[in-house]
Ligand binder design. Structure first.
Ligand SMILES: [Zn+2]
Length: 300
């Protein structure tokens, strides 16, 4: 089973105000030749590209950026939007709620609504909007997450313009991962470029995972470095911690979903790395990255 743990979904009704500026900055930063490939985040396109790539299930993440970015929407609207899609594509799509824990009691109430009423299966933290995930102020929220037994996928690493980098360091997952050993945390993007931190946090905490989304550019342009990164993750954290993810639709102009899946299936260790002692990735290990690890984590 192939599972993409990190995707988004949007259209012009859900991306408005400052969120538009964010997408425009991504298009600029990535020098994207086809802005539509970033702006078109429709479920129809996603499912078509999943089918082409042979992806069985995709996790779509709502984001709550409304404490930082101006919008005419209420923050709950994105969660409803994701839940509607899940309802229509329940065999293929899994939804995570976007909730900013700074909302206090409102965050806890929304978590209950998202899990119990909307059937969402996890939480997305958009730390780049300006919060450290390890603040004790959020421990009531974490207690509720623990009660529901759902994972938290937290943004770690680089973000676009208009976002705050200091909050996105993987080290800020450590304290809360230690204090809540029953909550599984997924560090998005393997914390790129803070991979040393990300690997350290995932290595010592059995409940911390890494997703490989946003590595498409490295994979395409310097494949040897990508393999080296995966090797470092495998060696430091264990193969069971690495999850396939794409951050669809942000990088499809660099690597299609199909190419991304094939890239893992055909993962080859280049000769210079072999000479340094790097072992090939076995079929079992590739399957673990592509979906078996996520399957276990999501309980499917
Ligand atoms: Zn993302």
């Amino acid at each position: 089973m192939i599972i993409d743990i990190h995707c988004h979904i949007w259209d012009e009704t859900i991306i408005d105000g400052d969120l538009n500026k964010l997408l425009e900055s991504i298009i600029r930063n990535l020098k994207c030749p086809d802005p539509q490939s970033v702006l078109n985040g429709s479920v129809e396109r996603l499912v078509e590209e999943m089918d082409e790539a042979g992806i069985d299930k995709t996790v779509i993440l709502a984001v709550d950026g409304y404490l930082k970015y101006r919008s005419k929407l209420d923050f709950k609207v994105y969660n409803d939007y994701v839940a509607d899609i899940v309802e229509n594509y329940s065999d293929k799509i899994i939804g995570f709620a976007g909730i900013d824990p700074r909302r206090g009691i409102e965050a806890i109430v929304e978590l209950e609504r998202c899990i119990e009423e909307l059937g969402l299966k996890g939480v997305k933290f958009w730390t780049l909007t300006g919060f450290y995930p390890d603040s004790k102020e959020y421990y009531d929220f974490y207690r509720k997450v623990e009660e529901f037994n759902v994972p938290i996928l937290a943004h770690t690493g680089l973000g676009p313009q208009y976002t705050y980098l200091k909050y996105c360091q993987p080290i800020y997952i450590d304290t809360v991962a230690v204090d809540f050993p029953n909550i599984n945390f997924i560090m998005a993007h393997m914390g790129n470029p803070f991979t040393d931190q990300a690997f350290a946090v995932a290595a010592k905490n059995p409940n911390v995972y890494l997703d490989i989304s946003a590595w498409e550019s490295v994979f395409k342009h310097v494949p040897g470095i990508f393999v080296q990164m995966l090797q470092n993750a495998r060696m430091t954290c264990g193969i069971e911690k690495i999850l396939f993810g794409s951050d669809w639709p942000l990088f499809t102009h660099i690597v299609s979903q199909s190419e991304w899946v094939q890239g893992i299936k055909n993962l080859n260790v280049p000769e210079p790395l072999k000479q340094m002692g790097v072992q090939p990735f076995t079929e079992e290990e590739k399957k673990a990255i592509l979906g078996n690890n996520a399957k276990k984590l999501l309980g499917i």
